[in-house]
Design a protein around this ligand. Structure first.
Ligand code: FE
Length: 200
């Protein structure tokens, strides 16, 4: 497998409104960095792995492949999460707003669905563009490498693991998600959506 050593992306904002620096320091500086480190470690080990012993029950190569999907998805999802934040939560007119309204009826209805998905999930909620149906959908998954849909691109990503909010909100996940909405960077999300979106 050929992949250059991956370098962690820095945060694109100084601070958030209602999500503390301590949470960000742990979440970005320790946990996200940990996924980057493990991704690189697995890639190094894969380069030297013994594929002649590959086996569905247990093999070193099999475990490296399996855990690579966990580590790398951990990187991708966390980057999507941090990239979603750093704004004032005010949505402007644009293609993303239009596409959300087309799919969900209104921004408020999208938020209701996204919030409920966040309360129900054990890991992640993702508003993704689906290249299969050429439309938006809120997906939720319980673990990084299970529940994602092939052929979708994440646009807005929410981390609902306790480490994302417990210091600031205790067990009040609903308040965390409402605060998350207030920090969405819609200008960046609009740019991301315009790069991703492909006409059928
Ligand atoms: Fe996280």
């Amino acid at each position: 497998m050929v992949m250059e050593k991956y370098i962690a992306k820095p945060l694109s904002f100084q601070s958030l409104n209602g999500i503390s620096e301590k949470t960000l320091e742990i979440h970005h500086g320790k946990l996200y960095q940990g996924y980057v480190n493990k991704t690189n470690e697995i890639l190094e080990r894969l380069a030297e792995a013994d594929f002649t012993s590959a086996n569905q029950i247990y093999s070193g190569a099999g475990e490296l492949k399996r855990q690579f999907s966990f580590a790398w998805n951990g990187v991708v999802l966390h980057e999507g999460y941090f990239e979603s934040l750093g704004g004032d939560g005010q949505i402007k007119d644009g293609n993303l707003k239009k596409a959300i309204e087309e799919k969900f009826g209104s921004i408020e209805k999208w938020k209701e669905d996204f919030l409920a998905s966040g309360l129900a999930a054990r890991g992640w909620v993702v508003l993704a563009y689906d290249f299969n149906s050429h439309g938006l959908q809120n997906y939720s998954c319980d673990i990084h490498n299970q529940g994602g849909i092939w052929g979708t691109a994440p646009i807005i990503v929410l981390d609902v693991y306790e480490h994302a909010y417990f210091i600031d909100f205790g067990a009040d996940r609903k308040s965390y998600i409402e605060t998350y909405f207030k920090n969405l960077n819609w200008q960046r999300l609009e740019k991301k959506f315009n790069k991703i979106k492909v006409e059928p």
